[in-house]
Design a protein. Structure first.
Lengths: 415, 318, 297
């Protein structure tokens, strides 16, 4: 179940093949959202370029605008992008509306399904569920965690004051209730210092992603996945309590925090505004970098705390599987199964086809509950979701330069 | 009387001082855009805002390159060998992406800037050319229902872009014009055409008709008279109209947002889409904005005598 | 007013006839505008009676007036119109106050007046999208220059649902007040000086001179500015779209964009576009009437 819960976080990739040349295209363009993984992808594809001579460009657009832009391109039957690394929740719309090319044959040929955990394939590649029809090659998973100000947490004066006020030690929160106390404790608007930075943006899935952390932690859910019923689940007492709690956290945010997403949450740390800040792991590289975060040395990281009954959801992931075969397929449009759109340009014969690559997430690295995350794990997470393990053309090593070896990592059935 | 005139003079001076204070306050946002384009990233969003700083060109280097976050420090030998612009990027905690041959991967800014130039220049040329002819037609000849036609032409300018964009999107996708230069050029030409007709009509109305009549008497055909007499006379007007059309096309956002994605995307929808990864990089945004605003500032200065006329569709002349 | 060429003159008969020239000059423009502005509207009229969704491959179904009925009874759409009305009122009102006020200040001997005027006109020549983007930074409660200069501490401009619309309007005022100023200055400088001299001889108060001489004579141009700005403010998309995405700042053009390009309710959005179109045409009519009046003077 835990994987499924994270389906919203996981991106997939869609091939939208340019019409025209049936031979290898000389240039491929990939659309992805704007974050560090996309920049690393741009660097990674250089290996592919070297091997094949095909130039690959990664274009990015901010997350809030990402879906609109991708679907506008689908609706326009455009050929601006050859591959879109789409978000997992687009799988249904993308496949049923005919924007994605069916990849079932591709899956069989390359044994994609066998190289990943069943839950991964089910959640991020298959639609409808149980149909054995695949539209995506799982690529990357991510989860939210927290960055915090170690120097504030470890200040003896603060620790004493906290203990006096709340009756227990100031440390990385193990429960949401602790987190609330800590946020309240550090919330000092007169000192321009605030408790906590959370997602509040109503565009894309920002607010929902933030709330889901608490919702799942409280043991609630968005709906019943077997019956597709939402009522009675999303409005259950647990879900409402979780929402009330999330709203309470909003009391301790910096000013102007009514419409924020990744960028602002990171800025809360870099500008020394907040004690704790929620964000996806993929956004933490900017925080570990002293050039972009003057507080980098005093910034720590921890995973989501647990709910009232200490039930905590696990963040799971494993390195993705975008292998270069898929890029080659993109270059040879005639081999790609599932022609969707007939050539749209007068005078040009060809077809616009789309392949959907979705990424996987499986049980690889598990972030320990309520404990500070070691930099190694952090890097592992950032890189793990940072792309491609897969077919071994380029491994995570490419990203790892000058970084210490992973501390926590459990490899499982990874091809 | 002396007293009143003296108090009057003081009053006047105070008002002039007020004008200058207002102008400075008014220009503060522009100063802030320009200065942010030359700031180190760490000084762009500080509490409180940084006013005094050592200007640097790093934002412009970053604007044109594709980069990734550094992990750890760069090796000293590599740093020492790097060209100055690469050093600037290293200094900012990032490194440029290079291909196998060591060529630096560029960002999408330049291609967007180029798209903006191509689309704005072409559509301006078309709108002004067609507009001038049409304006001459309306200015010099009788046309049944003339006022209605002119109103029709003007009304096309008043349509909200979104209203036009929805059906245009559907039509363009059937003929493959979504995300194409031609598609935007057509839209911008149509959008500017009405403006160009109205403005040029005002300019041509001012050219004394006697010149042409004299030419006709001298044996010119009407076409010759138009090209040899009217056009040179209207040169200033044509230039002013062209600059207005150019600025409108240059600045246009809504159509570009809805009708383009990458290939023909212009700068206005692109600049707000490049916020940086991890933390919003305002210095790069400001650098992109700064370069984009420079042509507009120059043209506004050149146009200053014709602004009133331009903004009233040629109805009011000074 | 204007002398027309005498189409009967002998010389004009050489080469193309005048009627032919007129048609060659005018008709391409008309055709161009019909094809690229009117035809799409006819096209979308058809879609406004269907449940068409451009994002799917499902064919459009004719549903009669359902889209219009739904839209007109949708309270949210009326909220969008109310927000738009509020925005128009605040932003145009602000522009008139500031623009006319500055014009009064500038309507005297000011050193470097030409330069000052040109500098003031700069913002209005800029791209709304880029200006909107940058004002986000200026408005930031933590590191924005505006709160710092005005000493507003951490006043929330764009993230407070009650304030955001006015913050956008304020940016619009910053951009477009100079437009009103420009027209007002033109009006002010056209007032004959002897009227003021006569008023001074009669020992008229400043207020009297202002309300009886200045205001009536500037009004025609001011009205043009107001109508033009009203129309533009009504259509506002870029600025508010870039700066915020609150429910309280969802202007009708933004609602329309979302309906068409985010929710992909293509048929319904065509219907809403028509409702908006009719309103815009009404304002345009008024605008042109005043423009022609100003021209006739």
């Amino acid at each position: 179940m835990s994987t499924k819960k994270w389906s919203g976080l996981l991106a997939g990739a869609v091939f939208a093949l340019a019409c025209g040349s049936a031979s290898a295209a000389e240039k491929l363009t990939i659309l992805w959202a704007q974050w560090d993984p996309a920049n690393y992808l741009q660097e990674l594809v250089k290996d592919y370029e070297k091997q094949t001579g095909t130039k690959v460009t990664v274009e990015t657009t901010p997350w809030p605008d990402f879906q609109t832009k991708a679907f506008r391109e689908f609706a326009a039957k455009g050929d601006a992008y050859d591959l879109v690394v789409g978000d997992s929740q687009w799988l249904g719309a993308g496949s049923t509306a005919g924007h994605y090319v069916e990849l079932t044959d591709f899956f069989k040929k390359h044994g994609v399904a066998e190289s990943m955990a069943p839950a991964t394939v089910e959640g991020y590649a298959e639609y409808p569920k149980g149909s054995k029809k695949y539209w995506a090659v799982p690529l990357e998973g991510d989860a939210t965690g927290w960055s915090y100000r170690k120097d504030w947490f470890e200040d003896p004066k603060e620790m004493a004051a906290f203990k006096k006020k709340y009756g227990y030690d100031l440390a990385v929160p193990k429960t949401w209730a602790h987190m609330r106390d800590i946020a309240e404790f550090f919330h000092r608007p007169d000192q321009k210092r605030y408790g906590i930075a959370i997602y509040t943006d109503n565009s894309y899935d920002a607010l929902v992603m933030g709330y889901e952390n608490v919702l799942f932690g409280y043991g609630g859910d968005l709906g019943d996945y077997s019956t597709y019923k939402v009522k009675g689940v999303i409005d259950s007492k647990t879900a409402v309590d979780a929402l009330k709690f999330y709203k309470e956290l909003y009391k301790f945010t910096p000013p102007g925090w009514g419409k924020v997403f990744f960028m602002e949450d990171n800025q809360a740390i870099t500008e020394g505004l907040a004690a704790m800040s929620m964000n996806f792991f993929a956004f933490f590289p900017a925080l570990t970098n002293p050039a972009t975060n003057k507080n980098a040395k005093v910034t720590g990281y921890f995973a989501n705390p647990g709910g009232p009954d200490r039930k905590a959801f696990r963040c799971t992931r494993r390195p993705g599987h975008l292998d270069y075969q898929i890029l080659e397929e993109a270059g040879r449009s005639d081999k790609v199964p599932g022609m969707v759109h007939q050539g749209r340009r007068a005078g040009k014969v060809g077809a616009t086809r789309r392949l959907h690559l979705q990424r996987e997430s499986a049980e690889v690295g598990e972030i320990p509950q309520g404990h500070p995350v070691q930099p190694g794990v952090l890097r592992d997470h950032v890189h793990g979701q940072g792309l491609l393990g897969g077919a071994g053309i380029c491994g995570a090593a490419r990203f790892d330069e000058q970084a210490p070896a992973p501390v926590h990592r459990r490899q499982q059935g990874h091809g | 009387m002396v007293v009143t005139s003296k108090s009057h003079r003081i009053w006047n001076r105070a008002l002039i001082a007020l004008v200058f204070v207002l102008v400075i306050a008014y220009l503060l946002p522009l100063y802030w855009i320009s200065s942010t384009a030359f700031k180190p990233r760490s000084l762009a969003t500080t509490v409180p805002p940084t006013v005094v700083f050592q200007p640097e060109v790093t934002p412009f280097v970053k604007l044109f390159t594709s980069r990734v976050q550094m992990r750890g420090e760069v090796e000293p030998e590599i740093y020492a060998k790097a060209p100055w612009y690469e050093k600037r990027v290293y200094d900012a905690g990032e490194r440029v992406i290079k291909d196998a041959d060591g060529n630096i991967e560029t960002s999408g800014y330049w291609s967007r800037f180029l798209n903006s130039i191509i689309i704005a220049v072409t559509s301006t040329f078309l709108a002004v050319a067609m507009g001038t002819l049409t304006a001459y037609g309306f200015s010099r000849f009788r046309m049944p229902g003339e006022q209605d036609w002119l109103f029709f032409i003007l009304s096309t300018r008043m349509l909200p872009p979104v209203v036009v964009a929805i059906p245009m999107f559907l039509m363009y996708r059937t003929v493959g014009l979504v995300d194409s230069h031609l598609g935007l050029i057509i839209l911008y030409t149509a959008f500017n055409l009405s403006f160009s007709v109205w403005l040029m009509k005002g300019f041509i109305d001012e050219i004394p008709i006697e010149y042409e009549e004299a030419a006709l008497v001298d044996g010119y055909t009407r076409m010759q008279a138009f090209f040899k007499i009217v056009l040179p006379q209207a040169a200033t007007g044509i230039a002013a109209t062209a600059v207005f059309c150019f600025i409108t096309a240059w600045n246009e956002y809504a159509f570009a947002l809805m009708m383009t994605n990458r290939k023909a995307q212009t700068a206005p929808p692109y600049i707000p889409s490049q916020l940086g990864s991890g933390v919003t990089d305002w210095t790069v945004i400001a650098a992109g904005t700064f370069l984009f605003l420079v042509p507009v500032a120059v043209f506004t200065f050149l146009l200053r005598k014709h602004l009133l006329r331009g903004v009233t569709f040629g109805a009011i002349r000074k | 007013m204007l002398a027309r060429l005498d189409s009967g003159s002998a010389s004009a008969r050489r080469g193309l006839s005048d009627i032919a020239i007129r048609n060659v000059f005018i008709i391409p423009t008309i055709i161009f505008l019909v094809v690229f502005n009117i035809f799409p509207l006819i096209y979308s009229l058809g879609y406004s009676f269907t449940d068409f969704r451009a994002s799917t491959s499902a064919p459009a179904q004719f549903i009669g007036l359902d889209n219009y009925r739904e839209l007109l009874s949708d309270p949210y759409i009326w909220t969008n119109f109310t927000i738009t009305a509020k925005y128009v009122l605040v932003s145009v009102g602000g522009q008139v106050l500031v623009g006319f006020g500055v014009a009064l200040l500038l309507n005297r001997k000011v050193p470097a007046k030409g330069l000052v005027t040109t500098l003031l006109l700069l913002p209005m020549m800029m791209s709304m999208a880029v200006v909107g983007l940058f004002w986000q930074l200026l408005y930031s409660p933590s590191w924005g220059i505006i709160n710092y200069v005005l000493g507003l501490d951490d006043f929330e401009w764009l993230s407070n649902a009650d304030v955001a619309l006015y913050a956008v309007a304020l940016t619009d005022i910053w951009m477009w007040s100079p437009f009103v100023m420009l027209l007002s200055l033109a009006g002010l400088s056209a007032i004959p000086q002897h009227l003021y001299e006569a008023a001074a001889i009669d020992r008229a108060t400043r207020w009297y001179t202002f309300t009886r001489i200045t205001l009536p004579l500037v009004t025609p141009l001011l009205l043009i500015a107001i109508i033009f700005r009203t129309m533009e403010a009504f259509k506002t998309f870029d600025l508010a779209f870039i700066m915020t995405s609150m429910d309280t700042t969802e202007l009708i053009a933004i609602r329309l964009y979302k309906m068409a390009f985010q929710e992909w309710q293509t048929g319904k959005s065509c219907a809403l576009a028509y409702i908006v179109l009719i309103m815009v045409l009404a304002i345009t009519n008024i605008y042109v009437k005043y423009l022609n009046q100003a021209k006739a003077r």
